[in-house]
Design a protein around this ligand. Sequence first.
Ligand code: SF4
Ligand code: SF4
Ligand code: FES
Length: 260
Amino acid sequence: MSTAEQAELRGAEAASVEGAGRTDLVPIFIMGKRYNVPSTLTIQKAFEFAGYQLIRGCGCRGGICGACATVYRMPGSAKIHVGLACQTIVKPNMYLAMVPFFPANRAVYDLEELKPDAQTLLKYYPELAKCMGCNTCTKSCPMDIPVMEYISAALRGEIEKAADLSFPCVMCGICASRCPAELGQYNIGIMTRRITGRHVKPRAEHLQDMIQRIESGRYEEPLKKLMTADMETLRKLYVEREMEPHTADEMWEPEIKQFL
Ligand code: SF4
Ligand code: SF4
Ligand code: FES
């Protein structure tokens, strides 16, 4: 840690103790500026506690949307850590910044025309061939996804395997921000999942059935009734609706089958 950093930390610690008489505050550094925040907050809430209004870089707040990619470093160490701001609890003296968007390459394609092979992926993402197998992407993924493995599978044309491995990806972009070969792994991953869904997996019959039922106009009348109902009727319908029991198994069906 440099002398300047040590001095700043000492100042931060002193300020934390003084902080409005609270003893639960810890110093953190958001984009280089020091703030004292409650030690139990997530990084996302710490930003807000510090006065930031999150318009970008904040979505679901539940670890699903991937909007809140964050990088941070601890004093005395060169290691860059990563995390989702809505899931990671602050650590005293962390230096951090959020990366709400990373400008990775994103191909435009017509899914209907794509083939489930390596040539297709290389046509839209030729940089795939530049992967040098450094594994930085896997080490930096906050979802613990074997990113390099799905990239290797994609390069070998094992589209379904790449789709399966990349399935939990929340598109946070951290892997791309760290990749020395400038791949946009998450955009390649979603392409393999789209190709798998459209051209590899069998068509879901129940989905086809449902589309046919919708197109047959079966739901037009009940929908019209709902849309023209007054508030009192809507309240009554809502309160009296048949609910799926918490203990229902996957074969459960409502007694009224009119809307199935
Ligand atoms: S970080 Fe980039 S170059 Fe390294 S293994 Fe991952 S995709 Fe390949
Ligand atoms: S694969 Fe990349 S974009 Fe997806 S969750 Fe992991 S780091 Fe984020
Ligand atoms: S806000 Fe959606 S993952 Fe953090």
